[in-house]
Design a protein around this ligand. Structure first.
Ligand code: URA
Length: 440
């Protein structure tokens, strides 16, 4: 078999066979196929696409290129969750504990922030002492004991994806539905869960800006999961506004804890209950309305909060911050930004809000940058709320006072106030399963 023939075949719109995909992935990982040939193939895929079977085969091959976590010794149906990334998305910190409190084990590998979007690992590391690098045996032991553990992806999960992603990043080949879907799902398959719930964000703060694109990505990922023997469903959720009021690591942990204590912004609570209920459904805990009730009980009874607290203890963190979140790291400089005129909040450029939080220190401009855990933004008002000129809109937090002016300017630009109230905020747009798309 020759790589050049595989490139030709895809260039002409052919479907690659299992043997061809294996030849490509194994050869590339072993250094036998050079970057330039793989780049040519990736570009051909960008233009010609891949059918559902090819995409599922590619995903399986990438998942098999490294370690595959074996969760069989943990009793019950293990359900994973993946979010395509957003601003203020602290749902894993709330949903994981709710699901675990309902008796469904959650053994989750999470990622770090990327671009304007935050990452669960960075949020967890805002808790003093919390360890996200945990030996596989210990990870499984924590899940067996507590039903919940969230750690960083081990180095050897889907190494073929790591190598391909780095190449895609510099060859203009990131934007391809089969390549994005297979990249995400290869890591999910390798993480070993029996079922997967995908939270596909849509809107100005999301990777996919339109509902059509988000549904297409969700369908592609659901198809990959199902073809690889995992029950998979996706919810399309709103990322046209930041999720909750807090954006930034310690601020988001605080909001997650408040939500688990029964407070927190209502839309955040609602979306977390929906995500948890859908995970419980995938774990065969009953029909969706019943699962929603189970999730609500776990939240209201405080059982979910207990799960989070226990995970913090077992992973070496200071659990006193769960009891008293004011003990979380705080940034020394703050600035209150006020509404410039009267009106309803009708638009929040969510990507820009994410960028503001990064400028303040909550994210990284380069991979090796350190995070300022206390940095970020805390809204005083949300979408649809009416403000008068001078009312507090948001507080900026940072350890770098020189960033405050630019952050304030960008934030004012990101928020639009209008005399007319906007349409009601929609939290959920659709549920995607192997049966199709159900509008919500
Ligand atoms: N996230 C991934 O893991 N892979 C992609 O290709 C895009 C986003």
């Amino acid at each position: 078999m020759r790589m050049v023939d595989i490139i030709h075949k895809k260039r002409e719109g052919g479907a690659l066979s299992e043997q061809e995909i294996r030849f490509w992935i194994e050869g590339y990982l072993q250094g036998e196929i050079p970057d330039y040939q793989v780049s040519a193939l990736l570009m051909a895929i960008v233009w010609r696409g891949m059918d559902a079977q090819e995409t599922a085969l590619l995903t399986r091959q990438m998942a098999a290129s490294g370690e595959q976590v074996d969760l069989r010794f943990i009793p019950g149906i293990k359900v994973d969750k993946h979010s395509t990334g957003g601003v203020g998305d602290k749902t894993t910190l709330i949903v994981g504990p709710i699901v675990a409190a309902c008796g469904v084990p959650v053994a989750k590998m999470s990622g770090r922030g990327l671009g304007h979007t935050g990452g669960t690992l960075d949020k967890l590391e805002a808790i003093p002492g919390f360890q996200t690098t945990v030996e596989p045996e210990r990870f499984l032991q924590i899940v067996r004991e507590n039903g919940l553990s969230v750690i960083g992806q081990t180095h050897n999960i889907a190494p073929a994806d790591k190598k391909l992603y780095a190449l895609r990043d510099v060859t203009g080949t990131v934007e391809s539905l089969p390549l994005i879907a297979s990249s995400i799902m290869s890591k999910k398959l390798a993480a070993g869960a029996d079922a997967i719930l995908l939270d596909v964000k849509t809107g100005s703060g999301a990777f996919m800006k339109t509902l059509e694109e988000s549904c297409a990505l969700a369908q592609e990922m659901v198809s990959i999961g199902e073809q690889n023997g995992r029950r998979t469903a996706a919810l399309i959720t709103n990322m046209d506004v930041p999720l909750g009021y807090a954006v930034g690591n310690a601020l988001e942990v605080r909001e997650a804890v408040e939500t688990l204590k029964g407070g927190g912004p209502q839309p955040l609570q609602e979306i977390c209950l929906q995500l948890a209920a859908n995970m419980l459904c995938l774990a065969e805990k009953g029909p969706l309305p019943h699962c929603l009730q189970l999730a609500r009980q776990a939240l209201e009874s405080g059982q979910a909060l207990k799960k989070l607290r226990e995970m913090v203890v077992l992973q070496g963190g200071d659990a006193s911050v769960i009891d008293d979140p004011s003990r979380l790291p705080a940034a020394p400089y703050t600035r209150q930004v006020c509404a410039a005129n009267d009106g309803f909040i009708v638009r929040m450029d969510t990507e820009q809000c994410g960028l503001v939080s990064c400028i303040l220190g909550a994210g990284r401009a380069r991979k090796e940058d350190a995070i300022d855990y206390g940095a970020g933004i805390l809204f005083s008002a949300g979408y649809g709320q009416r403000l008068q000129a001078g009312d507090p809109l948001v507080t900026l937090y940072t350890s770098r006072p020189e960033t405050l002016q630019e952050a304030e300017r960008l934030l004012q630009e990101a928020i639009t106030l209008s005399p007319q109230p906007p349409a009601a905020e929609k939290l959920l747009y659709a549920r995607v399963t192997k049966e199709g798309i159900e509008s919500l």
